[in-house]
Design a binder for this molecule. Structure first.
Ligand code: BEZ
Ligand code: FE
Length: 289
């Protein structure tokens, strides 16, 4: 086509595909081009604005490295990561939520009742629950990969003072599908905002905060792996998570327990917690694989 116009350009684009194109690739690319063209027409995109967009992508590429992926962060703050999650969620199972960039591979195994808090200051939190299937049956042997921030709001990979595996662990559910461990309260923190994504947040008058949360990846043979996070119901950022990760079923309570009531056995900290502590009960429901 030599007479390309602002009206027919999307149709012309569609006509340029080769006959052997994979049908899904064709569907996705045509839809993407249709939305991009409509977007440019709708906002009457100027050359300067188009250039700003390309410079943004170039900066995101330059700042991206194995430890920091600015494109994933862009997807997160635009709500795309969460939308893709929700498009593929299975009703009645635990909602999935963003993975984020701070998961560390090969976390150290932690036995039932193990402790992540160690010498860190703060109230002890006892987290426990059961991994189940959609029919309510426990899933013995499910693995539960856990990670969170230290009380200074930093993940181990951001903080040279922490060992890389600090606040990371891999548990295996017992014969009843149960898991239990102790830790310290995670805290709210900001997503990295010193790069191009920070500029978008500034331009939109948005803050970079996430509510505090515990991250989990739960896996078991024959079931879909679940990547999720769990949030306390009293967090000030619960209704304004900058990456849109909060779902109703992922909100739980830190229930205060009186001093002197910490379990006398079964935990690495048994016999060492005379003070009041907090308890969190959270069960996971996995979808069939
Ligand atoms: C996180 O929860 O670790 C996270 C998620 C998305 C962007 C940045 C951090
Ligand atoms: Fe996080």
């Amino acid at each position: 086509m030599r007479n390309v116009t602002r009206e027919n350009i999307t149709e012309v684009f569609t006509g340029y595909f080769g006959p052997e194109t994979d049908p899904r690739v064709r569907e996705v690319l045509i839809s993407l081009a249709t939305h991009l063209h409509d977007f440019a027409r709708e906002v009457n995109l100027t050359h300067d604005e188009w250039r700003v967009g390309l410079d943004f992508l170039e900066w995101a590429g330059r700042i991206t490295n194995p430890e920091r992926n600015e494109f994933v962060l862009l997807s997160d703050v635009m709500g795309l990561s969460s939308l893709v999650d929700m498009l593929h969620s299975v009703p009645e199972t635990t909602s999935s939520s963003v993975l984020g960039p701070f998961h560390v591979s090969n976390p150290p195994p932690m036995p039932m009742g193990g402790d992540l808090k160690r010498h860190y200051e703060g109230q002890v939190v006892l987290v426990q629950g059961v991994v189940r299937d959609l029919r309510g049956n426990p899933i013995p042997g499910a693995t539960i990969d856990i990670w969170q921030t230290a009380p200074n709001g930093m993940y181990s990979s951001q903080d040279p003072k922490q060992d890389i595996h600090s606040f990371h662990a891999l548990m295996t559910a017992d014969e009843n599908g149960g898991y239990a461990f102790t830790t310290v309260r995670p805290v709210e923190y900001t997503v990295p905002n010193d790069g191009p994504v920070g500029k978008i947040l500034d331009a939109a008058g948005r803050h970079p905060w996430r509510p505090s949360h515990l991250h989990f990846i739960v896996k078991a043979d024959g079931f879909r792996s679940l990547v999720t996070e769990v949030f306390p119901d009293d967090d000030p950022y619960l209704d304004q998570d900058t990456v849109f990760g909060v779902r109703d079923d992922l909100v739980m309570k830190y229930v205060e327990q009186p001093a002197g009531t910490f379990p006398e056995e079964g935990f690495a900290l048994s016999g060492q917690v005379p003070d009041a502590y907090a308890k969190v009960d959270f069960d996971f429901v996995l979808a069939d694989g």
